[in-house]
Design a protein around this ligand. Structure first.
Ligand SMILES: Cc1cc2nc3c(=O)[nH]c(=O)nc-3n(C[C@H](O)[C@H](O)[C@H](O)COP(=O)(O)OP(=O)(O)OC[C@H]3O[C@@H](n4cnc5c(N)ncnc54)[C@H](O)[C@@H]3O)c2cc1C
Length: 452
């Protein structure tokens, strides 16, 4: 579908804002966390209610327009041109049911709100590395969190959700009612409708032993080699990842890290703190330490494990999953992004998978068989944009011998073909037929993602 050449008759029954590119406030409403993209939808709608979402989608379908959805713009990989953007940011309610150990949240909610609401009950959600990420987008892409080895993907813990499909109907979806839609939306992410509310499990975790240890980047080969030998011994209570990180000279960072190239070991252990400390001990002696920020923490401090940037940044990213992280893979990664590589990338990280991530669930989240997930990020300032694109490709190419699919949330700026390759042909058939059933007019563009 393409935008109509005739002047658009805008919807009149919506209480929230309906903005065109010349409307005051348009730029603020369409802006997302990833500043590498300036979205330019033909219309931006900011619903105040689920009924608004339904009216907006019905209007777009009847007008023959493509719909995209945004909560925070953490997942932006394009400019959303020729689409109607529905921003869910105002639908940010969070309700905790401590007895049922569950949360019910609106489409615009971020993890921070859920973490803070759940903590007083000794409960935690299965959020990821940054609490500013949106709950729904993260969960629909699988959601690989810092307790995934113990509990699996966030998508595996969704009890139900409400979704507005292309006809403007609100469907209540769980594994028993609408099993195909439940299966497809959780993991397939894009192309089925707008989730307005989601209910999911919380887990009884009040705190963790963890944080980050920084080593000099020049020690990357030794630290990565030690990390890969250490990870198989970890129980599922322990999660870890490691990144090669080029930090800016930002005065907000601790002085020893400002402007430095470092290896950042991240560790989150929800077992007994003394055991967790003992488990980490071998990694503390593999190289000189620049900073050690690991300690016993209350769960709401979880952002301190990865220290992702809290403010919007421009970023291009790519990712893949690995069947193993062998010594040869360590060498390949160090050659591509290590001290001598001359890379333009800001970060290349490897996350340990395994444990409950491997357990099958009633959803189409890919990547369960992989042993590690890799994600690389560059900041595409105009003078280095070409180099960033080239260097992201170089990371993928160097690790291709160990490639084992990928994770939806970490494919970044992948082509449609690469995204499609995450699923088997049988899964793609089921994704396509489910999308055709709920969106015969292609309002949500499933064909572009899953093919026809
Ligand atoms: C700093 C940072 C840290 C991250 N850490 C992790 C991590 O630890 N683990 C992990 O798994 N991922 C992680 N991600 C990836 C993140 O989960 C995805 O980018 C996710 O899509 C972001 O969702 P959002 O709603 O915040 O972003 P948005 O850009 O607002 O949305 C991204 C996409 O999600 C879908 N979506 C959002 N809302 C809805 C809705 N209501 N209905 C239907 N579809 C919807 C749409 O396809 C949309 O294009 C991280 C990303 C960043 C930038």
């Amino acid at each position: 579908m393409t935008a109509s050449a005739k002047p658009l008759a805008l919807p009149t029954t919506i209480r929230g804002a309906v903005l065109t590119p010349t409307s005051p406030g348009y730029a603020e409403q369409v802006a997302g966390f990833n500043l590498a993209h300036q979205p330019c939808p033909i219309v931006a709608i900011v619903p105040e209610s689920e009924a608004d979402v339904a009216a907006a989608v019905r209007w777009a379908t009847e007008s023959g327009l493509r719909v995209t959805v945004q909560a925070t713009g953490h997942g932006l990989t394009g400019d959303l041109a020729d689409t109607v953007l529905i921003s869910t940011r105002l639908l940010d309610g969070v309700a905790i049911d401590a007895e049922q150990q569950s949360a019910r949240v609106g489409a615009g909610a971020r993890w921070r709100a859920v973490i803070d609401a759940a903590a007083p009950f000794g409960l935690a959600p299965l959020n990821g590395s940054s609490s500013s990420v949106g709950v729904v987008g993260y969960t629909l892409g699988g959601g690989l969190g810092l307790m995934a080895r113990k509990y699996g993907f966030a998508a595996d813990h969704v009890r139900s959700f409400r979704i507005v499909t292309a006809d403007g109907e609100i469907r209540v979806v769980d594994a028993q009612h609408e099993p195909d839609l439940y299966w497809a939306v959780l993991g397939g992410k894009t192309g089925f409708g707008i989730v307005t509310e989601i209910e999911f499990d919380l887990v009884p975790v009040a705190g963790y032993f963890g944080g980050g240890i920084f080593f000099p980047g020049t020690e990357a080969a030794a630290v990565l080699e030690a990390w890969r030998e250490w990870t198989p011994q970890l129980p599922t209570e322990a999660s870890t990842s490691i990144s090669l990180l080029r930090l800016p000279p930002d005065p907000q960072l601790p002085p020893p890290l400002q402007g430095q190239f470092v290896v950042h070991l991240r560790y989150t252990d929800i077992g007994d703190p003394a055991d967790a400390d003992a488990r980490l001990a071998p990694m503390r002696s593999v190289a000189p330490i620049v900073m050690d920020m690991v300690s016993e923490m209350p769960y709401p401090a979880i952002d301190s494990v990865h220290m992702d940037p809290p403010m919007p940044v421009p970023a291009w990213s790519r990712g893949l999953a690995l069947s193993e992280f062998s010594s040869d893979a360590v060498t390949a990664l160090v050659d591509t992004v290590g001290a001598e590589s001359g890379t333009s990338l800001m970060l290349a990280e490897v996350r340990l998978l395994g444990g409950a991530v491997r357990q099958p669930a009633a959803n189409c989240v890919p990547g369960r068989d992989a042993a590690f997930a890799v994600h690389a990020i560059g900041v595409p300032a105009p003078e280095i944009a070409e180099a960033v694109a080239r260097d992201l490709e170089a990371v993928l190419a160097s690790l291709r011998p160990w490639k084992s699919g990928g994770l939806v949330n970490f494919v970044g700026h992948a082509s449609a073909e690469e995204l499609r390759s995450l699923w088997s042909e049988a899964d793609l058939d089921r994704l396509r037929s489910t999308a055709r059933r709920v969106d015969p007019t292609g309002t949500f563009g499933a064909e572009d993602v899953f093919g026809s």
